[in-house]
Design a protein around this ligand. Sequence first.
Ligand code: SAM
Length: 407
Amino acid sequence: MVLDFYVKNLEKVLNLETEYTFENLNWNGKSIPIYIGEFWTSKQRQAHSLHEISYRACFKPQLPRFFIERFSQEGDKIYDPFAGRGTTILEAAFFNRKIIANDINPLSRILIQPRINPPYIQEIQLRLEKIDYSHKLESEINLGMFYHPKTIQEILNLRKYLFDKQNSQEIDCIDLWIQMVATNRLTGHSKGFFSVYTLPPNQATSPERQIKINAIRNHKPEYKNTKELIYKKSKQLLKSLTEIQRQQLYQAFQTFFMLNKDASNTKEIQDESIQLTVTSPPFLDVVDYGKDNWLRCWFNHLPLDEIQKNITKTNSLLIWEKKMFQVFLELYRITKKQGYVAFEVGEVKKGKLKLEESILKIGLKSGFECKGIFINKQNFTKTANIWGIKNNQHGTNSNRIVLFQKV
Ligand SMILES: C[S@@+](CC[C@H](N)C(=O)[O-])C[C@H]1O[C@@H](n2cnc3c(N)ncnc32)[C@H](O)[C@@H]1O
C-alpha cells in the first residue's frame, strides 16, 4: 500500500522532491529524526487563488499539502482544530479528502464555509446589483476615521441586509460569499479595501490609532464603491477555480462539518475517525485574535468580548502547555490507528522559545509516537546543532512541524 511505503521510507519520499539535511535528536533515549530543507516553499504548484484571504498567522497552502499528499488518501478525513481561514480544509478538499474544521472564533466559519461552496461570479454580480443600499442608517459606533460617509452608508446597508437574511433564514451561498468577501475588504492597506489606508485587513487598528495614522499620512477617507470592490475581489478569488475543482469542493461540502468550540472539547467528532490533522495553534501571546478582529466582529454581529475570553491567549508557557496537552488528548481520541497529526509551531520570542520541544513532550505524553520534526527553511545552511539554528537571520524563514502517529 502506498501509505505503508511512505511511512517505511519517509526519507526516500522526502528525497523525491527536495534536498534536505537530516539529524537525529536523542529524546529521553528515543531517536527522533529531524528533516531540514525547503519542503514546501519552492518548485511547487502555486497556491490556489481561493486561499487568498488574509488571516493572522495563517500558513501557506503548500504546508498542509505536503502532509495531505503523503499521509492520507482520497476519501480520508482531514481535520484542523485551529482552522483559522481554513487553509488545511480547503487544500484537503482539493485533494478529494473529507473535511472537518473547528475554531473557537465564529469568524472562522464565515471565512471558510463560502469558499467550500462557492457561487459563480455571474450569480455574485446579480446579487450585488439587487442589494438595496437606499436605507438611511445610523451607526452605533464612529467609523468616520476609516470610511467616507457614503461608504459608511453602504457598509451599514450591507450589514443590515445580511443580518435580515440570516434572521429570516433566507441566507444562501451567494449571500454567505458576499459576507465573506465584505468581511475581508473592511480595512486594509491598499486601494482594494473599503477603508482609508490602515493596517493589513487581519489587524484592524483601534479608532484612536487610525486617527493618528490619518494625521501622520495626511489622509482623509475617500468614497469607495463597496459593490465594485466585492465583485473585483470575488473575481480574483475565483480566477483559478476550474469546473473539476468546483466538483471536488462540492463533494467535500456534502460531508463538511465545522465546530465552533474549544479544541480540547470536540465530542461531536467520532473516536478514531480522523486520518490526518494538520494544524497550527495560537502561539502564546503573539497574536490577539479578538482585538485584531473587532471590526470584522462588529460587521457580523459577533460578540467580541465573549470571543476574546474564549480564545487561548497566555503569556505563560506552563498554561499554554497544559492547554495543548488537553488538545492532544482529544486528538489522540479522534485519530485513527495509524493516523497522523502534523502540528506546526512558529517562532516565538525571537526563536528563544522552542515550542517544538514542548509539543514533542506533550504529543508523546498523550500517547502518540513522534515520526519526525520537519524544519522548513528558506536559504538554510547546515548547522552542527539543529536546535541551535537561528530562526531570525535575515533572509530565512522557518516553520517547525512535529509529525506524530497513533500506533
Ligand atoms: C495560528 S491560527 C491558525 C491559522 C490557520 N492555520 C490558517 O492557516 O488560517 C490559530 C487559530 O486558533 C484559534 N483558537 C485560539 N484558541 C482556540 C481554542 N482554545 N480552541 C480552538 N481554536 C482556538 C484562533 O481563533 C485562530 O484562528
